[in-house]
Design a protein around this ligand. Structure first.
Ligand SMILES: Cc1cc2nc3c(=O)[nH]c(=O)nc-3n(C[C@H](O)[C@H](O)[C@H](O)COP(=O)(O)O)c2cc1C
Ligand SMILES: C=C(O[C@@H]1CC(C(=O)O)=C[C@@H](OP(=O)(O)O)[C@H]1O)C(=O)O
Length: 361
């Protein structure tokens, strides 16, 4: 099922960017979990378009409605359905992409696969689809918080060649991240990133960035030892986010330049649990969580749709040029952190429920 993610705690998203609505169905969430529309709305507000000069100007309220699976403020154990109505589509701006494929977007590949063009914006390939992931992810976060005290934080770690300096991750708060218009908690780096995004935008261009994820209080023993390794599932989850092109966990690519003596995380018992003194593993060894925080980084490419004139080809096999229209994010990384957190929560909630089958309590 191409639109479903997860085995037990599983989400199916539906809807197109310019259709009447988008949403999700979340199945497998245990009964009795307190859930409100307000909790989900708070997460959707972090993802929403129209948040200022550094995001797309499409002005959607993204007001969520829960249609099923919650009664008297608690989950009932039955499928939870979410809907968000689209209100500000402006589909006429997209007339030209009915004919011309946008370089860097999914237009050509969707046509090659389905022989069909939904040229109303990005259609199903638009990141508007991630509304369903964030709504379901909010429930996954609430579930993990209840069973294990798990906490998720994600922020923009670089834009173009501007890097966020290293942070004290245990002291970092969501408020510090959300205070920045680009979601970088370091004030100086935030200002430089904002300038780089506005500079790209003023040239009819876009710019890439990286997003970091830090998850605290991850229960040990989540993940399967062979194919459904925790790190592999996280990679799949992250690379399934539109425009995500790179994933690294723990020391990531830097591990390839290290010696074992440097990379191995020393293990000790702290009186309660096994811990490691460093976290080059990023919280996963042998595909199984070791109880240390999960730490990963994702690379997001520059937004495909730009207003500069670019050479491309059309549906009728002709070659030509396109200066794309519509309202677009100049840097998609800025709105990605809550999506990243949501996908990580969906992976962990699913593995948590799978682990219940692996051992006698
Ligand atoms: C939060 C977010 C916002 C995005 N906004 C835009 C956008 O405004 N315009 C655009 O062309 N692509 C945008 N994208 C990226 C496209 O959806 C993505 O590039 C497209 O689906 C093609 O997939 P691929 O880049 O993963 O190959 C966005 C992605 C994310 C995660
Ligand atoms: C509306 C949102 O962002 C959109 C993501 C997106 C894309 O191609 O990914 C393209 C633009 O929209 P449209 O589909 O109208 O071209 C963005 O505005 C959203 O995320 O809610």
């Amino acid at each position: 099922m191409s639109s479903t993610f997860g085995k037990i705690f599983s989400v199916t998203t539906w809807g197109e960017s310019h259709g009447p609505a988008v949403g999700a169905v979340l199945d497998g969430c245990p009964a009795g979990l307190p859930i409100t529309e307000e909790m989900i709305q708070a997460e959707l507000n972090r993802r929403r378009p129209g948040q200022g000069k550094v995001t797309t100007a499409r002005n959607e309220k993204d007001q969520v409605k829960i249609l099923s699976g919650v009664f008297e403020g608690k989950t009932t154990g039955t499928p939870i359905s979410f809907v968000v109505f689209n209100e500000d589509q402006h589909s006429n701006d997209y007339a030209e992409i009915a004919k011309w494929y946008r370089p860097g977007h999914a237009d050509l590949c969707y046509d090659l696969k389905y022989g069909f063009r939904d040229y109303r914006g990005g259609g199903r390939s638009s990141a508007r689809e991630t509304i369903g992931r964030v709504a379901a992810g909010a429930v996954a976060k609430a579930f993990l918080k209840t069973v294990a005290g798990t906490e998720f934080l994600s922020w923009v770690a670089s834009v173009g060649n501007v890097d966020c300096p290293s942070l004290d991750l245990n002291a970092l708060t969501l408020d510090q991240i959300e205070a920045s218009p680009v979601r970088c908690p370091n004030e100086e780096a935030s200002a430089k990133m904002e300038a780089a995004i506005l500079d790209a935008k003023s040239n009819g261009d876009s710019i890439g960035g990286t997003v970091s994820l830090y998850v605290k209080n991850v229960p040990a023993s989540l993940g399967e030892p062979v194919f459904d390794r925790l790190d592999a599932l996280l990679a799949q989850a992250m690379l399934s986010i539109p425009a995500c092109k790179g994933f690294e966990i723990g020391s990531g690519f830097a591990a390839a330049r290290m010696h074992g003596s440097e990379h191995n995380d020393e293990i000790y018992f702290d009186g309660t649990a096994y811990r490691t003194r460093t976290n080059n593993a990023g919280g996963s060894l042998g595909g199984i969580s070791n109880g240390e925080p999960i730490y990963c980084r994702m690379a997001f490419k520059p937004t495909a749709t730009i207003s500069q004139l670019q050479k491309t080809a059309g549906r009728g096999q002709e070659n030509g040029e396109l200066a794309a229209k519509g309202r677009h994010d100049p840097c998609v990384a800025v709105r990605a952190p809550v999506i990243v957190e949501s996908m990580a929560a969906l992976v962990l909630a699913d593995l948590y429920l799978q682990q219940k089958r692996n051992c006698l309590e």
